[in-house]
Write a protein that binds this ligand. Structure first.
Ligand code: DAH
Length: 341
């Protein structure tokens, strides 16, 4: 037995491998379950007990040497591999131009919107894109049979009719109000989904920024002033706004806001279809039922809310003609915004 160990030890010390395959063959030959060391261990059972100690020590020694040798050969092979790579490298070659990424136009505009409202004391809030019917519609005062709940507009999951993709960021109003008492002053940017055929003017997902202010003594004048300031920061100091009466289930009164066309200065051009005005958002005073549905006392508190489409604002700022450009990741399009970063 001792002789066998000695000769294996010599073999192991002299092992050589010139590639990974050869090394693997050696590993199998000596270290695998069917290898020489395992066979030795099997025979060790029959060694008379007075010799067990000495032979045990020698076998352990052999085992350590064999592992060390195989590992050393592996390390040697790996370092030769990377040496060859370094040898092939021409460090005098002119480098490839390094392309820097730039922000997506929607992110640029979203960040600008966030920045303006942050300066007015609004903080950021977020909610889930995969929502339930309650937060998207119920808590926002949509009647049970309101057409916006129709399968045409909303993406449902067939097996779970209560699970939907949110159709607007107004759901975040409810998510915040249900666990916060006023004063509340938040903006909620995020992606929304609608079951629309994709074209240059419509997409099945887009982005909105929602705003909500709830406090004592909030008036429509406050809403108008905040939105006027926003429009002027976003589109320039000369921008005018106009509010047209409208309808949303979650606000009363409700309005849609136009800004004076910043391309023609309000004179009328093809962009504003000759009217001098372009629509940018929906807004209104939070409906008392919305406050109550979300646990806020409408006798003490009032609020205003607004919601705008980020694609819409981006189109106004940069005249992007086709909505699909925003999600196609065409580098030629994205590179046009590098300077705006
Ligand atoms: N949720 C509306 C939409 O998706 C936009 C909106 C209108 C939000 C009026 C508001 C609001 O907060 O007050 O079309």
């Amino acid at each position: 037995m001792l002789k066998r160990i000695q000769s294996l030890l010599e073999e192991v010390e002299n092992l050589q491998a010139s590639n990974a395959e050869e090394l693997e063959t050696l590993r199998i030959k000596y270290l695998s379950k069917k290898g020489a060391l395992s066979a030795l261990m099997a025979d060790f059972r029959d060694v008379p007990s007075e010799q067990k100690k000495e032979i045990g020590i020698r076998i352990n020694e052999l085992k350590t040497r064999a592992f060390d040798k195989i590992n050393a050969l592996r390390a040697q092979l790996e370092s030769t591999d990377s040496d060859t790579e370094v040898e092939g490298l021409d460090i005098t070659r002119t480098p490839y131009p390094i392309e820097l990424g730039s922000r997506h136009p929607l992110s640029i505009v979203k960040n600008e919107i966030i920045d303006i409202f942050s300066r007015l004391g609004f903080s950021l809030a977020e909610g889930p894109e995969v929502e339930d019917d309650w937060h998207v519609f119920g808590a926002m005062n949509f009647a049970e049979n309101h057409p916006a709940r129709d399968m045409q507009d909303t993406f449902f999951i067939e097996s779970h009719p209560d699970v939907i993709l949110r159709t607007h960021t107004s759901s975040v109003q409810s998510r915040v109000m249900e666990h916060t008492q006023p004063p509340i002053r938040i903006i909620c940017p995020g992606r929304v989904y609608r079951n629309e055929a994709i074209s240059a003017r419509a997409h099945c997902f887009f982005h909105q920024v929602e705003g909500l202010y709830v406090n004592k003594d909030v008036s429509f004048t406050d809403l108008k002033q905040v939105l006027l300031l926003f429009a002027r920061e976003m589109f320039g100091e000369d921008t005018q706004i106009r509010l047209r009466p409208s309808y949303f289930p979650f606000t009363e009164p409700s309005a849609e806001m136009d800004i004076s066309c910043h391309l023609c200065g309000g004179k009328g051009c093809s962009f504003c279809k000759g009217t001098g005005w372009v629509e940018i958002l929906g807004c209104g005073m939070v409906h008392p039922s919305v406050l109550e549905l979300n646990g806020i006392d409408s006798k003490i508190y009032k609020g205003f809310a607004f919601g705008m489409g980020v694609e819409r604002i981006t189109n106004l700022k940069y005249q992007v003609k086709d909505l699909r450009m925003f999600s196609e990741n065409d580098k030629r399009f994205l590179e046009e915004f590098t300077a705006a970063n």
